[in-house]
Every structure is written in C-alpha cells, then in structure tokens.
Design a protein around this ligand. Sequence first.
Ligand code: GN1
Ligand code: MG
Length: 360
Amino acid sequence: MSSLKDRLNYILEHFNVEGTVVSYLKLTSGHINDTYKITTEKASYILQKINGFVFKDGAELINNKAKISKFLLEQEQNNTSNTLSFVQTKKGENYYKDDKEDFWNLSHYIEGSKTYTKTPNERVASEAGRITGSFLYDTRNFDSKKLTPIFSNFHTMSFRVKNFEKALQNANADRLEQAQNTIAFYESTKQMMYSLEKAIEQKDLALRVTHSDTKMSNILFAEDDEGICMIDTDTVMEGILHYDYGDAIRTICNNANEDEKDLNKVSFNLSFFKAYTQGFFQGLRGSMTSKEAQYLSGSIFEMIFIMGLRFLTDYLCGDVYYKVTHKTHNLERAENQMKLFVDAQKKSAEIDGFIQDLRA
Ligand code: GN1
Ligand code: MG
C-alpha cells in the first residue's frame, strides 16, 4: 500500500508544479474536502481533493473556481482585493481526475498568509468585512449564469427545512431523544426564516455571483492582519449578497468557534459585528441598493439558522455529510448556532440600529 506522501506525489506529477516536494501538511479547518499545503524547494501550493459524495460534479466545480479566479486576475488592477490563482495540469486542465474518480485542484499558496477560525480583534473583523464585500463588488460584472450550478437550493430555506423534516421521520430513536430540545427550537423558529426566499421570489433582491461559504476560516490575512482574499471558492454560485453577509457574521461575530461545545462561551459580539459591517459596506463601495440593505439584519438570523439546521439534519441522518470527530459533534454545532441565534436576537435592536445608521 502506498503512503499518503507517495499518493500526493503521484497526484502532483500531473500538475505543472515547480520543484520537487519537500513537505506536506494536512489542513483541517474544512468540514468536507481534503486539503494539503505542499512545499517544494521552489514554491508552496494548496492541493485539494474534492469530496465526491458532497459534490457530484468535481470537474465543473473546479472549472467554476478557475473561471472566477481568471476573471478576477484579468482585472486585478481594478480590484479591491487579491486573488487566488490555480495551477493547470500538464494537459492544460484545471483539475486532475484520479484512478478513483476523485477530482483534485492545485492553487498557489500565498506566502506569509494565515487564516483564523475565531476573530481576535476588531481590525480583523473589519478586514474580513472588507474582503467579503470586495469579493462581491469585484465579481459584480461576472454573469452568474456562466457558473455551473454545483448545488441547487444551497441556501434556500424551504429546501433545507424539507430535508430536516425528512431526517426527523427517519432518524433513530436515540438521536431523536438526544436532540429533543434542539429540534424543538428549530421547529418553533422555522416559520420566521423565509424572508430572503420570499424576497428572491418577488424579485426584490438581485441575483449575482456569491462566494456562498464566507466563514471566517475562508478569508486569508497577511501577517499584519490586512485582509488578502477569499479562499475555498468551491461553492461560488448565483445567490444574493445576504448569503455571504449573514454567513460571514455567523462565524466572525461568534465569541466562540463554530465547533465549541461549551455554550457559555458562545455569544454574539456586537463590536465585531459593527467592525465587520462597516468593512463590508466599504468593500461594496456604495453599490448596495437600499432594498438590499433592508434585508441585511434579517440575513444574519436566517444564515445562522440555516447552518444550524443543516448540522442538526446531518446529526439526525447519522453524520453522512460533515466530517465529525465524535458522535455528538453535529448536534453540538447545531446547539452552538442556536445559542448564537438566541443571543443575537437579544441584541437585534442594536444590530438594526447600527445598519440603519450606516445606510443614512
Ligand atoms: C462546509 O467545509 P467547508 O468549510 O468548505 C459547508 C458550508 C458550511 C460549513 C460550516 C459545500 O464548508 O456550507 O457553512 O461547512 N460547505 C458545503 O462550517 O456544504
Ligand atoms: Mg467550502
């Protein structure tokens, strides 16, 4: 049996890599794909294997990533943030499909860059806002119809609620009992969570390119904490800017990590929220419409809710989607989001007021 190192070397042989591999490191912050930092004597790279269970079309997923990256690189001088660049295979493709039908992609590692899973201070929150806002701004002229839809209804509440209800029907008794209180919270809150979906149906909010996975660990920072760019563009797709805003706030303004199980540590950080939101507006450079701004504060709640609901659904399904390290991992994640939601609700007057003032 070949070692992981041999396997990675074999995969890398198919890409235009400079130098020979001197080390590799498995990066563990993602819940879905397998990601490695690869260092040769000449350069460093990020090598990623796409999870074929979650993503049915690895080739098109990687092509989407490369399309967006190429678009951003072509107009780099006009952009407000930097861009990841991908390395092609020796055959000139964006991906390598291996003998197990797994799809791999390789990007250049940005030297000196780092990520956070938890916000350390307001400057980082503000830079995170600027980078997520800039990504939306810089992709505003890319026709989102040119991206292959990787998932349908990824952030659509009724779809996620339907999956949750199906999971409730099929879950085993032990898990249902363990999750009783959490289920009750999600059940009783769900009817208030459809405003974004309705706004899209009514054509109140414009569809555009969105990153669709703007959690804290998907933002790259320089050593001095200046924001560099968004990473993990696996889910880049058509959506509304609220998905990216709400999803980012969900981790950036949580005083604890997404995986923290001690709920006493989980709370909504208002000063990070303010810094993030200011940075987000700055990144969007005045391009947000007043209609879009109206739905911002609601999106915070809907995005916390939808992620919590997805974790709970996966718990009820027996952990088939997200990587877990222990049996109650997904349930803990769902509880974490529930606690964050409830705490943010207590602060909603201040959240609304701050957004109103920024718009004025
Ligand atoms: C998954 O593993 P990662 O960071 O790429 C998920 C996101 C969730 C996130 C929660 C394709 O992202 O939607 O917000 O976990 N991605 C997919 O941490 O489902
Ligand atoms: Mg992702």
